[in-house]
Design a protein around this ligand. Structure first.
Ligand code: NDP
Length: 306
């Protein structure tokens, strides 16, 4: 692989202006251009979305950690290297999730909703609670999971992690393996999903999993919409077998206007932006730059997926 021309694909626009990344990488000894779908003679592409034409380049870098939208088999068959941006979303997502949990516990979402209506209305005496001393079960203990544990640990929550192996993870009081998921979530006040979407995690959260949770538990998904059977979640919320949910990702994005989730008082919806930060362009740029250096020195790529 000779890196002479690096394209920044225009699909990154919803996360940061492509020209900002081109500027940030300007010191690399390669030609850098913002490109659309015809990417004249690029050797590498930095992108949000996938395009068929990427099978012609040597290296594709995803600005997201989740790479479920890329066809791994076709990349492999065409000798295309795929790298991702895992490792940079610990603090951003951790703080977003702390925000969701504080909104529910301290009833801040109710105050914001009441304010829209000019309404002075206090919570019932038994509605507000504190996060300190409650248990959060975090399913997926990678970059996101660890960032969540670090932030929530500071707020005094007990942290339980679920992963495939039973190796301990910093920040977690206990670790359960995925085959014990239902046991792990059964007494948690908060269940937080931070796993990649794979064949093994598609619809990991279905009616039976929601049944295994406490009726007063809150569910948080910042992973991918399809890790959850969305109709089963809606059913659990409508029948009050869950207290509420904070959702950043959905089976269909943008979330369709007619989704019942929009109208639920105990549901917080954010438009797939849990990891947004003005530093995103630099955090991703550092991974691309490091891999540029590694390529020059004949070393293996960091964050290589395919
Ligand atoms: P990592 O690769 O760092 O971590 C993934 C973790 O999931 C690992 O700890 C792994 O542990 C665990 N895991 C994998 N498969 C399973 C399984 N079947 N059951 C239980 N645990 C499993 O990824 P990140 O933390 O960086 O990102 C995770 C996902 O979050 C991304 O793939 C993406 O989809 C989503 N994401 C969403 C963002 C947003 O803005 N909403 C931002 C960034 C990421 P082990 O190997 O032990 O199983």
């Amino acid at each position: 692989l000779e890196l002479e021309r690096l394209g920044i694909h225009e699909s990154v626009e919803p996360v940061f202006p492509p020209a900002e990344l081109a500027d940030y990488l300007a010191a690399l000894p390669v030609e850098i251009a913002v490109v659309d779908d015809d990417m004249p003679s690029c050797d590498a592409i930095v992108t949000l979305e996938h395009r068929e034409a990427f099978l012609e380049v040597d290296w594709v870098h995803s600005i997201q950690a989740g790479v479920d939208r890329f066809p791994f088999d076709e990349f492999e068959a065409n000798d295309v290297i795929l790298t991702n941006s895992t490792g940079i979303h610990d603090t951003t997502v951790g703080e977003t999730i702390a925000g969701y949990l504080l909104m529910f516990a301290r009833r801040l979402h109710d105050h914001v909703a009441n304010q829209q209506e000019g309404r002075w209305e206090r919570p019932d005496w038994d509605e507000a609670f504190t996060l300190s001393g409650s248990t959060a079960c975090v399913v997926g203990t990678g970059t996101l999971g660890r960032g969540v544990a670090e932030t929530l640990g500071g707020l005094g929550l007990n942290l339980r992690g679920v992963r495939r192996s039973d190796e301990p993870v910093p920040g977690f009081d206990e670790i359960y393996t995925t085959d014990r998921l239902r046991e792990a979530i059964s007494d948690a006040e908060f269940v937080i999903v931070t796993v990649p979407l794979t064949d093994a995690t598609r619809h990991l959260f279905d009616a039976d999993t929601f049944d295994a949770m406490r009726d007063d538990a809150y569910f948080v998904n910042v992973a991918r919409g399809s890790v959850v059977d969305e109709p089963a979640l809606i059913d659990a919320l409508e029948t009050d077998t869950l207290a509420g949910a904070a959702l950043d990702v959905f089976e269909t994005e943008p979330l369709p206007e007619d989704s019942p989730l929009w109208g639920m008082d105990e549901v917080i919806i954010s438009p797939h932006c849990a990891a947004y930060t003005r530093d995103y362009v630099r955090d991703t740029g550092d991974i691309v730059r490091e891999n540029g250096d590694r390529l020059e020195h004949g070393e293996a790529f960091h964050n290589r997926v395919v």
